[in-house]
Design a protein around this ligand. Structure first.
Ligand code: SF4
Length: 464
């Protein structure tokens, strides 16, 4: 195999350069002008004369070329070996090791808007359209008291939940409207609403994808099959890998940690036994109080056999009521990387680096200034409170100016097709200053960045 080590130098401007030209590569005799390095250029014609280009998707099957697979951490790459037994030279054989990016199984750290171009076109045409996704609470209360709970700033109210009939007719309307997915996420604990299970089954019948984020403690195991059969994913909010950490971060009894682990283990077993597709995962909300729990939980996830363990930043409110100092995240990068190294083919460990690394942004951006000025995302990704009240987004729950309606009083179909719904979304785009009125890193953030770029194209867009 050709030697292809980085070669460092100082260029004629006194700047550091790094090149990777293999010593045995054929060089171009008439290389043209000097680059910032030199005018030593590989002769690509000599490498590829008379050859058709390699279909890179078939790199591991190219005739006459030897390859070796190698792995580093959880990633598998391909090394093309220069020595050939048959066939002629292949292009770029001196560029050294090639690589295959591992498939991204989940996209925790981004958005999937490009898969919903029909809604984008409707938006661009100024039409009324159904949200692609809705995050919704099913209750306004909880049975644990996590240190980082955002719902606390959204006014929790013991005993308040969406009534069964209202919930089920809302699900029917989502099917009618073409809502693509609903996450029972946010506000209170969803398993405290007994209608959760029937709502999930009905959504499945209507072709609306569902998911849930839960602390898992009260999950009704008698309905486990209904959930695993119909939900796309279930995520356990767990920010500790030990009993002691669980008590500290979730402010709950250590025995509850045992109970939760037992339930997750049973769900994994049922899922495997019956071949259900539902993804089971753990999510840690990263705060300094659980920094020491990252690795134990990464190991716990592997041992339980869940599909993933994701570590996310803690979203603080516009008033920073959770008191997060985002610079604290700069101290834990190595631990997060070690946790990610526990990933296997069946188990993904991933930190949401985009948000976790926000503290290393420039002084302007690290304290919450966004890379866009207008929020366009709420009609695509709506949020509903656990009391049935519809708002454009979670951070605006209880802000009556942005109140759209109540699922107990009006059909969701009429709401989405009505004037009030669109007047509120318009008010958000026209009057909200995302840099000061909004929670840090809200749910619509990735979508907003994408829509902002779409709305504000640079010059020369045809030069893609
Ligand atoms: S940017 Fe502001 S208005 Fe828009 S969803 Fe986020 S918090 Fe709500």
């Amino acid at each position: 195999m050709s030697e292809n080590k980085p070669k460092e130098g100082i260029n004629r401007f006194g700047q550091k350069t790094i090149t990777m030209i293999p010593v045995e590569a054929p060089l171009n005799p008439n290389p043209g002008h000097k680059l910032r390095t030199s005018n030593v250029i590989v002769n690509r014609q000599a490498l590829s004369s008379g050859e058709t280009l390699i279909d890179s998707s078939r790199l591991d099957k190219v005739a006459g070329q030897k390859i070796e697979f190698y792995s580093e951490g959880n990633q598998v790459g391909v090394i093309r070996v220069a020595d050939q037994e048959e066939g002629g030279p292949v292009p770029n054989q001196f560029t050294g090791p090639s690589y295959r990016n591992p498939r991204q199984r989940f996209r925790f750290d981004g958005h999937k808007m490009m898969h919903h171009l029909d809604r984008l076109l409707a938006w661009e045409r100024g039409e009324r359209f159904a949200p692609v996704h809705i995050d919704m609470g099913l209750t306004k209360f909880c049975n644990t008291a996590c240190l980082y709970c955002y719902a606390v700033v959204q006014n929790m109210t013991r005993g308040t939940l969406i009534e069964r009939e209202a919930l089920l007719s809302y699900i029917e309307d989502c099917g009618r409207l073409g809502v693509r997915s609903i996450g029972f996420i946010g506000d209170g604990e969803p398993t405290l609403n007994p209608a959760l299970y029937d709502a999930t089954v009905r959504a499945g019948e209507l072709g609306v994808d569902t998911s849930m984020a839960t602390n898992g403690l009260l999950l009704d195991m008698d309905r486990a099959h209904d959930l695993l059969k119909n939900m796309s994913w279930i995520r356990f909010n767990l920010s500790a890998g030990t009993r002691e950490g669980f008590r500290r971060v979730h402010q709950s009894k250590e025995e509850n940690f045992d109970l939760l682990i037992e339930k997750i283990r049973a769900l994994v077993q049922i899922k495997k036994q019956y071949g259900y597709k539902c993804t089971l995962g753990l999510q840690m909300v990263l705060i300094p109080e659980c920094f020491d729990e990252v690795l134990p939980e990464a190991r716990l996830g592997a041992e339980l056999g869940v599909d993933y363990f994701v570590i996310k930043h803690c979203s603080d409110s516009e008033y920073k009521e959770i008191g997060i100092n985002y610079e604290d995240y700069l101290t834990i990068g190595d631990v997060l990387k070690e946790a990610e190294s526990y990933s296997t083919a069946d188990y993904v460990v991933q930190a949401k680096w985009n948000k976790i690394n926000a503290a290393s942004e420039s002084a302007l951006y690290k304290n919450g200034i966004r890379k866009y000025d207008v929020c366009h995302g709420t009609p695509f990704l709506l949020q509903i409170s656990g009391n049935g009240k519809v708002y454009p987004c979670g951070p605006f729950f209880n802000k009556e100016r942005f109140y759209i309606g109540d699922l107990h009083e009006q059909s969701f179909f009429d709401m989405v097709m009505g004037d009030r719904y669109w007047a509120v979304h318009r008010d958000v785009t026209e009057s909200v200053d995302v840099h000061k009125d909004c929670a840090i890193g809200c749910r619509q953030d990735y979508v907003n960045k994408f829509l902002w770029d779409l709305k504000n194209p640079p010059e020369h867009v045809n030069f893609i």
